[in-house]
Design a protein around this ligand. Structure first.
Ligand SMILES: NC(=O)c1ccc[n+]([C@@H]2O[C@H](COP(=O)([O-])OP(=O)(O)OC[C@H]3O[C@@H](n4cnc5c(N)ncnc54)[C@H](O)[C@@H]3O)[C@@H](O)[C@H]2O)c1
Length: 288
């Protein structure tokens, strides 16, 4: 048996691939297109705006038939202003046949427009908080299917596109602080375990795909005010006080608290970062 011996000295002084010329260049997404799921509203649509602001382009996907109109119009205007492009497709992230059919087609269109696919932001997700002792199995499977299997399906077919085009790319999976902790006062077992799977998925994929120049990282947000948290608060308004007790900055997050982080992870400035989790929770997990 022969072993390939890794010699760290051999790499000293070798420029990294895509080494950005400046900090600004490391955050520049010009002429790059990213798939963004959960892009019809909430965090996903805000992250699309972040990509567009730095000159990138986005192809949004969502289970909803169309995006929230006012915010979408603002995002379209941003695309125009910054020389990017923005389109929307309805897609179920956990339906592999749909994903497999659509992604290569859209990637071809992006490449012929001179803005090839450079990665993915997987933001689609669902939650339903119910006590585990009564949690219906079909609902548990649905949460895991969308949050965890959907992340894998999207990452897998994005990687296929990147490898086929020989483009080093960046994949960002939106996890949650709930993938690493149990939320005090919230019966959230299905969601928490699905998000724990997302974090381990990224670490495992980074181990396999580094050879193609594909980086895979996660962002773990704390509580953000979106439709998802609002629906939890509608059922249990007292949760707000529980959440605020862990809020070290004395507020919950808004979706734009994550914009700079996603640009950093997609851009070449983070080119030595893979298999990592960016916890952005306003200090929540730092408290006991
Ligand atoms: N809101 C929070 O406090 C919070 C905290 C941590 C992590 N997150 C994560 O952030 C992401 C965005 O959530 P949000 O808070 O903006 O909620 P949201 O409900 O506004 O957005 C989620 C989007 O995903 C879409 N979606 C659901 N199932 C889908 C499927 N099968 N295929 C395609 N799209 C699908 C929904 O239609 C929706 O537009 C989720 O992954 C969520 O788990 C949210």
């Amino acid at each position: 048996m022969t072993y390939k011996i890794y010699n760290p000295l051999a790499t000293i002084g070798t420029p990294a691939p895509n080494s950005p010329a400046s900090v600004k260049a490391g955050l520049d997404l010009k002429n790059r297109t990213y798939f963004v799921t959960g892009g019809a509203r909430g965090l996903g649509l805000n992250l699309i705006c972040a990509i567009l602001e730095v000159g990138g382009s986005a192809i949004a996907f969502d289970l909803l038939p169309e995006p929230v109109s006012k915010e979408w119009s603002a995002a379209k205007a941003l695309a125009e202003e910054n020389g990017g492009s923005l389109t929307f497709n309805q897609l179920n992230v956990s339906n592999e046949a749909e994903v497999e059919e659509l992604l290569p087609k859209l990637a071809e269109q992006a490449a012929s427009a001179g803005r090839p696919i450079h990665g993915l932001v997987n933001c689609a997700g669902v939650n339903q908080a119910l006590p585990a002792i009564d949690y219906p199995l079909d609902l548990y499977r649905k949460i895991v299917d969308i949050n965890f299997i959907g992340s894998f399906v999207m990452a897998k077919h994005t990687a296929k596109v990147l490898v086929a085009a020989n483009v080093p790319g960046s994949i960002v999976l939106i996890g949650s602080m709930s993938g690493s902790i149990a939320n005090r006062g919230l019966a959230n077992t299905a969601y928490n375990t699905s998000k724990a799977g997302v974090l381990q998925l990224a670490r495992s994929l980074c181990q396999e795909w580094g050879q193609y120049g594909i980086r895979v990282n996660t962002i773990s947000p704390g509580y953000i005010i979106t439709n998802m948290t609002q629906s939890l608060l509608d059922v249990e308004p007292e949760l707000y006080d529980t959440w605020m007790r862990g809020a070290m900055l004395n507020r919950l997050a808004t979706p734009d608290d994550f914009k700079s982080a996603v640009v950093f992870l997609l851009g070449d400035g983070s080119r030595f970062m893979t298999g990592s989790d960016l916890l952005i929770d306003g200090g929540h997990c730092a408290g006991a």
